[in-house]
Design a protein around this ligand. Structure first.
Ligand SMILES: *Cc1c(COP(=O)(O)O)cnc(C)c1O
Length: 700
């Protein structure tokens, strides 16, 4: 397929979204109409001599009109209900992981919606399956994989992508056991490369060793065996593949046929899935669905920045029982609660060391559902997420005016670069890709994994070539057999394709959007940190409203690594002209934050009393609990907040959470509206009111 060049070099962010006030509405209207008119012409020109079935008179008949009236009534009813929906497009919305959808994404989706292709198979969707494969290559490239060797496709979201990645890993891991049984039966001297670099005949290896081969070796083992049969037994490629496929089908290790239970019982092995305590709950769900059981998810403690603690990872692996094996280790790029980035490069280094020292490897999956698109900053021109700006909120102290923001600390960069060496990655276009739901992507570094899903080795023609790359769309004619889902919207593929074609996945394309979000998240964090210096100014600005009974301030839980800002409000007191924590029980601190949250959200999605139009700002929240984050790992935060670890263990901590992903924050400031400062003012006002509720002034 050939396409026009993706346009001029300049990529104007201001054209990419509808705009908070629907500023770009004229062009949206025009293009929607363009798509629909074009679609009408397509219908009209398909056998134009066919009769009009619904004639003018029919269209004007009373029943016809009455039904349309009723439809319009229902439609208007639901359109008015939708005004209770959250204004997620607005820079006033800093709550969940959602915001604007880009113009090309919406247009692509709308066009796809009209033609309604089903991307389960190329037969039902010849155009959009090809587009989906192209999107897969674009996203694989963004992640650092070789697009010609990778396999990536669209699914319903991050949850499905995580399940599928672990599902594929599970199948790949048991393949070497199948091959060993076959070689024993056939008395075949078939050598395999062990994780420590040595070689051994596969027939000599035990289950525990075979299940811990490197994903690269396990993933190629069917082809290797077929090629070995060709060389040593003089079989034709077809005959060799026939043997391998028959062996797979009949194998006692075939989980697809036998189910996991009997296979694990036979081997006595027990799977363990490693992820940090900040893992999204879809990881537990994956363990559940795959038959590992949620107990198989072993959550590794995090450090003060909510990244997986590598020492704890090593200790967890060292403490595995003899029958336990690592079914997957998961690194998170952008934790759902905090936006933290696990040190993928250090997990990779740990795997290398584990291979050398213990002769064992494991599948490395990266859950970048949230942070995957940040990798656009590493594609194309050099990274420039660094900016000096004036905090510019009327602080008198000059040294508090200018702040420098960086987002290229070497550890974070190294983690992003190391994503390329993972075996699979989850990324959500419907989060930081600004694509409408549903659109997740699961990507595999090595396209050969598709064979394990179809349970058939199927390399094409030239046996020497090995890899049957999915690059050639001819090969993937049907998605269905290779993925977990069945029917799925070709519209999602069209949306991603048009968006990524016109807003390229590079630092000067989509990277511009994510850059804005990173800088503004930092800015929000700085404003919250500086709140104590702003306190009196903000109190004055509240004018005649009753003064806060006592002061308070906000504590970011950590410097945000990406674009999520979590913080805790706390009661303070004046000392020597500055604010220091006031004596306060954890219960009252939690209550303060809960009240602020209530002020920045709509109680009950359809409450008739609180139209979203009357709600000036939105925030989300989370709760830290001992079961997830041990007090010991939060020492830094708890000390700052003067909260005892015991109290925390008993009560947990209510945390306010802001996703800063609206693309307009910087442009809005240029237009004279500093939404983040206004947000902080709102938080201040809400906190002052909450303080009055918690500790009302003494009765006169
Ligand atoms: C959102 C998220 C998921 C789940 O993705 P869905 O698209 O909601 O299914 C998984 N992992 C992480 C880190 C996430 O942020």
């Amino acid at each position: 397929m050939t396409h026009p060049p993706s346009g001029a070099a300049a990529h104007p962010l201001s054209a990419w979204f509808l705009g908070p006030r629907a500023e770009n509405a004229p062009v949206w209207t025009e293009l929607f109409d363009h798509i629909f008119q074009d679609y009408i012409h397509w219908r009209r020109n398909y056998f134009p001599a066919d009769p009009w079935i619904v004639g003018r008179l029919r269209r004007r008949s009373p029943e016809h009109e009455a039904w349309l009236d009723s439809l319009t009534g229902h439609l208007d009813g639901i359109l008015s209900e939708l005004k209770y929906h959250f204004p997620m497009h607005s820079p006033r919305y800093n709550a969940h992981m959602t915001s604007e959808q880009s113009l090309p994404a919406v247009l692509g989706y709308f066009a796809g919606l009209l033609y309604n292709p089903n991307n389960v198979t190329g037969e039902a969707a010849p155009i959009t399956v090809a587009l989906e494969l192209e999107v897969g290559r674009m996203i694989a490239g963004m992640l650092g994989y070789d697009p010609a060797r990778a396999w990536a496709h669209i699914c319903s979201g991050g949850t499905l992508a995580n399940i599928e990645a672990l599902w594929v890993a599970r199948t790949v891991q048991f393949a070497p056991l199948t091959v060993r049984d076959y070689c024993r039966a056939e008395q075949l001297a078939f050598p395999v490369r062990l994780p420590n670099g040595t070689e051994a005949p596969i027939t000599s290896l035990d289950d525990r060793t075979l299940i811990s081969l490197t994903p690269a070796v396990a993933g190629g083992i069917f082809r290797e065996l077929a090629q070995h049969l060709e060389r040593t037994r003089g079989l034709s490629p077809t005959a060799a593949l026939g043997q391998v496929n028959a062996a797979v089908a009949a194998s006692r290790w075939n989980i697809a046929r036998r189910g996991l239970g009997p296979v694990l019982a036979e081997s006595g092995l027990r799977p363990v899935v490693l992820a940090s305590a900040a893992a999204h709950y879809s990881i537990a769900k994956s363990c559940n669905v795959l038959g590992y059981g949620e107990d198989a998810a072993r959550l590794v403690p995090v450090n003060a920045r909510f990244q997986m603690d590598l020492d704890a990872l090593e200790a967890t692996v060292a403490a595995l029982r003899p029958e336990e094996y690592v079914a997957a280790a998961i690194g998170i790029v952008g934790t759902t609660e905090e936006g933290a980035v696990d040190p993928i490069h250090r997990i990779r280094a740990f795997r290398e060391q584990y291979e050398r020292r213990e002769n064992r490897s494991f599948w490395l999956h990266v859950d970048a559902a949230w942070g995957g698109y940040l990798r656009t900053l590493f594609c194309g021109a050099a990274l420039t997420v660094e900016e000096r700006f004036e905090l510019d909120v009327g602080l008198d102290t000059p040294d508090l005016r200018t702040e420098e923001i960086r987002w290229n600390d070497p550890e974070t960069s190294a983690a992003f670069l190391a994503m390329a060496d993972s075996d699979s990655t989850t990324v959500d276009p419907h989060k930081m890709g600004y694509i409408p739901y549903p659109a997740g992507v699961v990507a595999f570094r090595d396209s050969r994994v598709t064979e394990f899903i179809t349970q058939r080795a199927q390399y094409l023609g030239d046996a020497g070539l090995g890899v049957g790359s999915v690059e050639d769309p001819v090969q993937v004619t049907a998605m269905g057999p290779l993925i977990l889902e069945g029917s799925k919207p070709g519209a999602a593929a069209l949306a991603c394709w048009l968006a990524h074609r016109t807003i390229p996945l590079t630092s000067d394309g989509h990277g511009q959007v994510v850059r804005v979000t990173l800088l503004n998240a930092r800015r929000l964090e700085r404003l919250l940190t500086r709140h104590r210096a702003l306190f009196l100014k903000l109190e004055r600005e509240r004018g005649t409203e009753p003064a806060a009974p006592s002061p308070f301030t906000f504590f970011p839980i950590a410097e945000p690594e990406t674009n999520l800002v979590c913080f805790v409000a706390r009661q303070m007191t004046w000392r020597d002209g500055g604010l220091v924590p006031a004596p306060a029980s954890l219960g009252s601190i939690n209550r303060l934050n809960e009240l602020i949250f209530n002020a920045a959200s709509i109680p009950g999605a359809r409450s008739p009393h609180r139209l979203s139009a009357a709600q000036p700002f939105f925030i989300s929240r989370t709760r830290f609990e001992e079961g997830q984050y041990r007090g010991a790992t939060l020492t830094h935060l708890l000390t700052q907040l003067e909260i005892g670890e015991r109290d925390y263990a008993r009560e947990g901590l209510f945390v306010l959470r802001s996703t800063v992903m609206n693309p307009w924050h910087s442009e809005a400031r240029q237009a004279g509206m500093d939404y983040l400062y206004e947000f902080v003012r709102f938080l201040h006002r809400s906190a002052a009111e909450a303080m009055r509720e918690i500790s009302p002034p003494p009765a006169p």
